[in-house]
Design a protein around this ligand. Structure first.
Ligand code: KG4
Ligand code: ZN
Length: 364
């Protein structure tokens, strides 16, 4: 079905409540297909969860209820627009914490109904995947490395709605591994920035394993690395500041090696699947993309394989509603809208046909 909207400029309100950010944004997609962010409001709940060392689903859902209306109001005010200027309302409908998702989806449906415009249920992962179209006007296809607190995936992004998952994690997500490493070393939450800061003062001299290196499928496994870090820390207890910095540097170095190796394998598979003439671009998204050591490692491995590295700005790499609005605009331009019975989904894989990660040659 086509709405014929591909010839017109469209403005979409986006809502994001899948984890611990309450966010609302307005994005305009021009007739030329280029995107422009009119407002991008993010209310972090970090303070509410920090004491627990992680996101508490019930606290997150309640906070979304309290924060969302104001975030939407602010996004309209900053864009200088009213509800009458909106062509569609898009909300992250999964995957994520279902209590929070329901808050965003229900609010979006109510606004869409009241304003008489379509509702669009956006896959949160698809929104991360499509962000480079907004930030860099990047065309399809490209390889996406998504590394956040909840996800670690290597995907071929072929088109809107067309994804091939090459690799995923068998256990912890990469950001989660940073968070757990920080916790066991007595550092704060979220752990990634803390570990990176300590690592900058340390030496990567402590031997740690690099699980999955050289495996034919570009999957990840981080639980063994975390356990090895714990053992290394216990062996040195009580830890001096020097020990903590060295442990962080060694951990971060192991992660850089793992990610480089797995991404290099994904480059080969990308070329095998799409042929030698396909656009060679690697996009990195998710909170872990902020890590400078990782970025350097990815720059090197991308360069060696002739791939361009694209890292959207940090505020669009981490969870935000501009990416939801943009994904909604791209879907609307193709006539892809949802009816008001569309559910919130805790699980929603981008590539439902991907073979299970625990396949041939991979030990559980
Ligand atoms: O994308 P994000 O903001 O939220 C979701 O998980 O959806 O990612 C947060 C994750 C946390 O696990 C955090 O520790 C990690 O990204 N992170 C980092 C860095 N900054 C944030 N990990 C490593 N190095 C960093 N500089
Ligand atoms: Zn995310």
């Amino acid at each position: 079905m086509s709405t014929g909207r591909h010839n017109a400029s469209i403005t979409v309100l986006g809502i994001e409540t899948s984890c611990d950010e309450t966010a609302a944004a307005l994005v305009r997609r021009g007739a030329d297909g280029r995107g422009r962010i009119l407002s991008n409001v993010v209310r972090s709940q970090l303070d509410l969860h920090a004491a627990y060392g992680g996101v508490v689903p019930e606290i997150a859902a309640r906070a979304h209820v309290e924060l969302l209306d104001a975030a939407i109001k602010q996004s309209l005010a900053e864009a200088g627009l009213g509800f009458d200027a909106i062509d569609a309302v898009a909300a992250a409908a999964g995957p994520g914490l279902v209590g929070g998702l329901i808050v965003g989806v229900t609010t979006a449906k109510a606004i869409a109904l009241a304003a008489g415009v379509p509702f669009i249920a956006v896959n949160h992962l698809e929104a991360h995947a499509l962000t480079p179209g907004l930030t860099d006007a990047l065309g399809f296809p490209y390889l996406l490395l998504l590394v956040s607190g909840g996800h670690t995936q290597l995907l071929i992004v072929k088109d809107v709605g067309a994804y091939e998952r090459l690799g995923t994690t068998l256990d912890d997500a990469l950001g989660e591994a940073f968070d757990k490493a920080a916790k066991l070393l007595g550092l704060g939450y979220p752990g990634g920035p803390e570990v990176e800061r300590e690592a900058a003062r340390g030496r990567a001299v402590i031997p740690l394993p690099r699980p999955m290196l050289g495996r034919p499928e570009p999957h990840f496994s981080l639980a063994g690395l975390k356990t090895a870090l714990r053992h290394a820390a216990q062996a040195r207890a009580p830890l001096s500041e020097r020990d903590i910095a060295d442990l962080c540097a060694s951990f971060q170095e192991a992660v850089a090696d793992i990610v480089s190796d797995r991404t290099a394998r994904a480059f080969e598979l990308y070329a095998e699947r799409l042929g030698p003439n396909a656009q060679k671009a690697l996009v990195v998204a998710g909170g872990v993309a902020a890590n400078k050591r990782l970025k350097l490692a990815l720059e090197a491995v991308a360069g060696a394989h002739g791939f361009r590295l694209i890292v959207p700005p940090p505020e669009l790499c981490t969870d935000n509603a501009a990416m939801i609005a943009w994904a909604g605009a791209m879907r609307l331009a193709r006539g892809l809208t949802d009816d008001l019975s569309a559910p919130a989904r805790a699980r929603w894989p981008l590539d439902p046909d991907a073979p299970p990660a625990l396949g041939a040659g991979v030990k559980a």
